[in-house]
Design a protein around this ligand. Structure first.
Ligand code: APR
Ligand code: PHB
Length: 395
């Protein structure tokens, strides 16, 4: 593939943010080049989140990337909160004016977007590592990158850092310009994939004094389950039987529910953190997705926030392209951060309500249970959870 030396929008990173942005820009007649450090197989196989908000579903359909999602994704109209040995269902459509979510793995969404980009879109380079973002102050932005052993420079009008938490784009902003907000949690998630049909049609978020557990799924025959574990946990210390036994204890409920076991095909430990960068722009450089913010996974907001960022940015760039007006570009950071902070709060709330902190007292546990009872008993409290979970509508 011949790669131009100049493009309108240089996109660093081919995760969900970078790939969807390239797709949306192309639909507005704006050219872009996507530079991705890893190879295609790595990007397509990485295990990540699996819940698409209503707004994410709508955007994928509208840009022609929703066909396989609509065939293979699993629409979900609710979740179960489980605590004190009882389950409580939160019904999304009745509490949100008809909105819901879809179980469709992030890696499947990435595969769909990669295939579309390669077939119909502008250049998408794998194994192309961005090493520097330059010319921001001079108003002549460019990205230096290494591809097939050689260094190249891509000149552009805008650079978008969709390069995740550990990317280089955020670091290209001079020190003192960005303010960051950070919180770490004293626990991690041990996540497994298992070849067994999910033991529940809907997700189960379980609070227990032994720790949090989550039952999720990828397909009708593949379960995805998570256990709260101490930071620094080695998955090697968790043989399969130990994982299933612990899940049994944390999901224990009065009645005849049973957790079905099956072969575990993957195990990994993910730490939890909250992180926000303000502003999400420096001159012609924009940050989107994990490059700008991280949420703990409880509530499944990470992927959906990345999608919301690039929807706002694509609209702003389309307006600039059509009319020359920069007003939406100027509003990008503020527009995104309002949604980001709402999702930060929701993810923090879900995390701290459902996970016992190893240092917490019985008083703290009683407060968590009181909050969970309130959600189970009050339509107002349940609606607040449901509306955040399915995602606030895009403006
Ligand atoms: N040059 C090129 N590509 C890079 C560089 C670099 N210097 N640094 C990082 N990348 C690539 C990574 O290899 C990765 O493919 O940027 C991509 C970032 O993708 P994600 O980490 O998936 O981030 P994002 O697209 O913002 O997606 C949001 O939602 O479920 C959550 O955290 C989860 O991935 C998820 C995210
Ligand atoms: C997942 O299926 O990976 C998942 C689901 C819900 C969450 C987090 C992760 O809150």
């Amino acid at each position: 593939m011949s790669v131009p030396a100049r493009t309108t929008v240089a996109i660093i990173g081919a995760g969900p943010a970078g790939l969807l942005l390239a797709r949306l820009l192309q639909r507005s007649g704006i050219d872009s080049v996507v530079l991705e450090h890893r190879d295609r197989a790595y990007v397509e196989q990485r295990q990540r989140a699996g819940i698409l908000e209503q707004g994410t579903i709508d955007v994928l359909r509208a840009c022609g990337a929703g066909e396989r999602m609509d065939r293979e994704g699993l629409p979900h109209n609710g979740v179960e909160l489980r605590f004190d040995r009882r389950g409580h269902r939160i019904d999304f459509p009745s509490l949100t004016g008809g909105r819901a979510v879809m179980v469709y793995a992030q890696t499947e969404m990435v595969k769909d977007l990669v295939a579309l980009q390669l077939a119909e879109g502008g250049p998408l380079l794998f194994e192309a590592r961005a090493v520097a973002v330059e010319g921001l102050e001079a108003g002549q932005p460019s990205v230096r990158y290494v591809h097939e052993g050689r260094e190249h420079t891509l000149a552009c009008d805008f650079v978008v850092g969709c390069d995740g938490f550990h990317g280089i784009a955020r670091a290209a902003v001079p020190s003192g310009v960005l303010r960051t907000f950070d919180r770490e949690y004293p626990f991690s998630w041990l996540g497994i994939l298992a070849d067994v049909p999910p033991s529940s049609d809907e997700l189960i978020y379980a609070h227990s004094e032994r720790g949090f557990a989550l039952l999720s799924m990828r397909t009708p025959t593949v379960s995805r389950l998570y256990l709260q574990v101490p930071n620094g946990t080695d998955p090697g210390d968790w043989p399969d039987e130990r994982i299933w036994d612990e899940l049994d204890l944390r999901f224990a409920v009065d009645g005849d529910w049973k957790l079905e076991r099956g072969p575990i095909t993957s195990k990994s430990v993910t730490p939890m953190r909250s992180f926000v960068t303000e502003p999400m722009r420096y001159g012609p450089l924009f940050l989107a997705g994990d490059a700008a913010h991280i949420v703990p996974p409880t509530g499944a907001k990470g992927l959906n926030l990345a999608v919301a960022d690039v929807v706002v940015l694509a609209r702003a760039l389309a307006r600039w392209h059509e009319t020359g007006a920069a007003d939406l570009l100027d509003a990008y950071s503020d527009t995104c951060l309002r949604r980001v902070w709402r999702a930060e709060h929701f993810s923090y709330f879900m995390t701290t309500t459902l996970h016992p902190d190893p240092a917490q007292s019985d008083f703290d546990t009683r407060l968590q249970l009181s909050q969970l009872h309130r959600i189970a008993d009050s339509e107002t409290a349940a609606a607040e959870l449901a509306q955040n979970y399915v995602g606030l509508p895009f403006e």
